[in-house]
Design a protein around this ligand. Sequence first.
Ligand SMILES: [Zn+2]
Length: 94
Amino acid sequence: MNDVPAASSHDADDCARVLKRVYEFLDNELDNADGAEIRQHLAACEPCLERFDVEQAVKSLVHRHCGNDQAPSHLRDKVLGQLAAAQRRAFEQA
Ligand SMILES: [Zn+2]
């Protein structure tokens, strides 16, 4: 895939891409291949996990769906559950 040995497993471009798309991932707008890539990246990259603010993601989703910043608890639970499940699956695949 990439014939240049990585100095570090942490690729800032990868991170930027993943963090930008993780909201689409949570919103199920990504196809399976992209979703898997994001899951694996989040599982392998602690900086991304730390930077990925779940509360912010929930607000963003709610804003898009409902037009306000108050997260209905069922939507919040759904997003948190999806993230937890994604992390579990990513770790199992690693
Ligand atoms: Zn990263």
